[in-house]
Design a protein. Structure first.
Length: 189
């Protein structure tokens, strides 16, 4: 599956422009994590494109299921099964909302990345120019500690980068921020 095919699934499932941006942000972060683990000699499952696609599709049916956690990932799972997607991709998508165990690096990565990209986007939108280029790791870390800021961003889920991925929080934030900054035009930030 290619990025354009994954984006087609987002369109088929009637995702809003903001949800598509979130999907891309997680996809870009996932591709960076694949490269990170490869350089560390961790031998991540599948290929970088598969990691990116997993990130893109993790919330593909969130809006069409009316944000129901009970229904979330079910439509995406059906679509992925119909096209013969790898079971590791399906399990990672389902695992980000606790419908499968997160066993693989890919599943653990999408779980931690999901909430972090949302926090980074929120940090960007409070900047006067609303640009990712104005955001720093330090500014995100300050906002991370402020529990009243972006209350919906689950900090405990983000911190699984340390317990499940063995990546220090600040390094994880920096990696995700850099991946989003490299694709700022596509994200509209």
């Amino acid at each position: 599956m290619t990025q354009s095919e994954a984006l087609k699934i987002l369109d088929e499932l009637e995702n809003s422009p903001n949800m598509k941006k979130h999907a891309l942000a997680v996809g870009f972060t996932m591709a960076s994590l694949y490269n990170y683990f490869s350089k560390k000699g961790k031998n991540p499952e599948l290929a970088a494109d598969d990691w990116e696609i997993t990130g893109i599709l993790h919330d593909a049916d969130y809006e069409i299921t009316n944000k129901s956690l009970e229904l979330h990932t079910e439509e995406t799972t059906k679509k992925l099964q119909a096209i013969g997607a790898d079971k590791l991709i399906i399990d990672a998508v389902r695992g980000h909302c606790d419908k499968e165990q997160r066993i693989t690096l890919m599943a653990k990565s999408v779980y931690a990345s999901d909430e972090l990209t949302g926090l980074i986007a929120a940090c960007t939108l409070v900047k006067p120019d609303k640009k990712l280029a104005s955001v720093t790791t330090e500014s995100i870390m300050r906002k991370f500690k402020d529990k009243s800021f972006a209350k919906g961003a689950n900090r405990d889920q983000i911190k699984t980068c340390e317990t499940e991925l063995n990546i220090p929080l600040e390094e994880f934030v920096s990696l995700a921020l850099k991946s989003m900054q490299e694709h700022s035009e596509e994200l509209g930030l």
